[in-house]
Design a binder for this molecule. Structure first.
Ligand code: PMP
Length: 439
């Protein structure tokens, strides 16, 4: 094992392929030696305040004793066993807990190991449901432009066709339908006419649609845009009216990020199928889940082969489930609503001045999410080191400089992040490069 940072980074460059990156000319990369609280400690000894929560996941920060204890205690009993024909306490307790927390009437839980797979499972559930109901022609999805649902092929097929790079994979991607998200922001007044385009597409294709899928309230990696909860409510109504299932992807928004435990609570509705992941384990282990109603579960199992046709090897991994249970307990025992509200107020206050900078198109904040949208894509090779120099870990993509910090971040540390965003945007927003891929 390499001992110093330079050697480690040389080996990294030789062997490790990073997400959305070139193997031959990779973007700047930093070696993290350890992490505690909201601080990432780099191999050279520098510390960065984490503004990304490791892509929405590390809501409690790093090195959390309760989560580490759950992991080691579970490892001493049972690290893994196949879920085919066998079960164990962590998976049983976690599924029961998720049903208890999720909006009624979601009653069944299918575990998987990543958000993308949870979305694949949701799509399979929808297709098998309509087969079970004797309507196999209902096999297409309607998604929103600007959405992001993962990188596997089925999940990609419902991502925004442009930022989701459909042109690259056209020959193997199933063709789906898309509608514009409503042009009404989270706090803006709603009128049902704002969903007219969505409604027209849904009505026109209902006979061939298995489900509508979107991220409620916050579209994440497809563009970081926020829409009115009233749209979510209206989409529920329209899906019922037209006999189409509603899949909500709360992989990014679930577990408090928008100020509610699940973002669909802003609209006081429940989907037929719900996907969660990311913060489910507080960012310690890879784990995701797809929940559905009893009606969907019975439909899926009504026709041959009378089973949901999916089964990952590491499904319901006991270590991940034990950590997820500990993470949920920790979240619910914490003043998370107050924390998220405080982060929201501080982001609003401290990112607002970015509105006056040249090159800034929009600044928006919701819950523990702050976004500065630029007019041009940032130059990642210049911007990421500029954040690191300022002691903040912020990794933009395309035109979006954004932060979704751990909920435990305090005012002074969040200030490090917001100040860095202001200064880096001020210095770099006038320059730019071609749009890059999104996480
Ligand atoms: N859906 C949403 C809304 C996401 O934000 C993500 C991850 N960025 C995914 C699905 C895919 O999850 P994963 O990366 O764990 O496969």
């Amino acid at each position: 094992m390499a001992s110093d940072a330079t050697e480690l980074l040389a080996l990294d460059r030789a062997f490790v392929w990073h997400p959305y990156d070139s193997a031959v000319a990779p973007l700047p990369t930093y070696a993290v030696e350890s992490a505690r609280g909201v601080r990432l400690r780099l191999s050279g000894g520098d510390e960065l305040v984490d503004g990304m929560a490791s892509w929405w996941a590390a809501i409690h920060g790093y090195g959390v004793p309760e989560l580490n204890r759950a992991l080691t205690e579970q490892a001493a009993r049972l690290s893994h066993v196949m879920l085919g024909g066998l079960t164990h306490e962590p998976v049983v307790r976690l599924c029961a807990r998720l049903v208890q927390l999720a909006p009624e009437p979601l009653t069944r839980v299918f575990m998987s190991d990543s958000g993308s797979v949870a979305v694949e499972v949701a799509i399979k559930m929808a297709l098998q449901y309509w087969r079970g109901r004797g309507e196999p022609e209902k096999a297409k999805l309607l998604a929103l432009r600007g959405g992001y649902h993962g990188d596997t092929l089925g999940a990609m097929s419902v991502c925004d066709p442009v930022t989701g790079m459909h042109s690259l994979f056209r020959s193997v991607l199933p063709a789906q339908y898309f509608a514009e998200p409503p042009p009404v922001g989270f706090r803006e007044p709603w009128d049902d006419g704002a969903a007219a385009g969505f409604e027209a597409t849904l009505a026109r294709h209902a006979h061939e649609l298995a489900a509508v899928i979107f991220e409620p309230v916050v579209q994440g990696a497809g563009g970081m845009r926020f829409h009115s909860p009233e749209f979510v409510r209206r989409a529920r109504e329209l899906c019922d009216q037209h006999g189409v299932l509603l899949i909500l992807d709360e992989i990014a928004t679930g577990f408090g990020r928008t100020g509610r435990l699940f973002a669909c609570e802003h609209a006081a509705i429940a989907p037929d199928v719900l996907c969660v992941g990311k913060a489910l384990t507080g960012g310690v282990m890879s784990l995701a889940a797809t929940l559905c109603t009893e009606e969907v579960a019975r439909g899926v199992c009504a026709a041959a082969p009378h089973a949901l046709m999916h089964g990952p090897t590491f499904m319901g991994n006991p270590l991940a489930c034990a950590v997820a249970l500990a993470s949920i307990d920790l979240l619910l025992a914490s003043p998370w609503r107050e924390r998220v509200a405080r982060i929201e107020a501080q982001l609003e206050r401290e990112l607002s001045p970015c509105r006056d900078l040249p090159g800034v198109a929009d600044v928006r904040v919701l819950g523990a999410i702050g976004v500065v949208e630029l007019r041009r894509a940032v130059d990642m090779r210049a911007v990421v080191p500029a954040f690191v120099e300022r002691g903040a870990w912020v990794r933009p993509f395309g035109k979006l400089v954004y932060t979704m910090p751990p909920f435990v971040i305090d005012e002074a540390d969040l200030k490090v992040v917001t100040r860095a965003i202001f200064e880096v945007v001020r210095e770099h927003s006038a320059r730019g490069e071609a749009p890059s891929a999104s996480p």
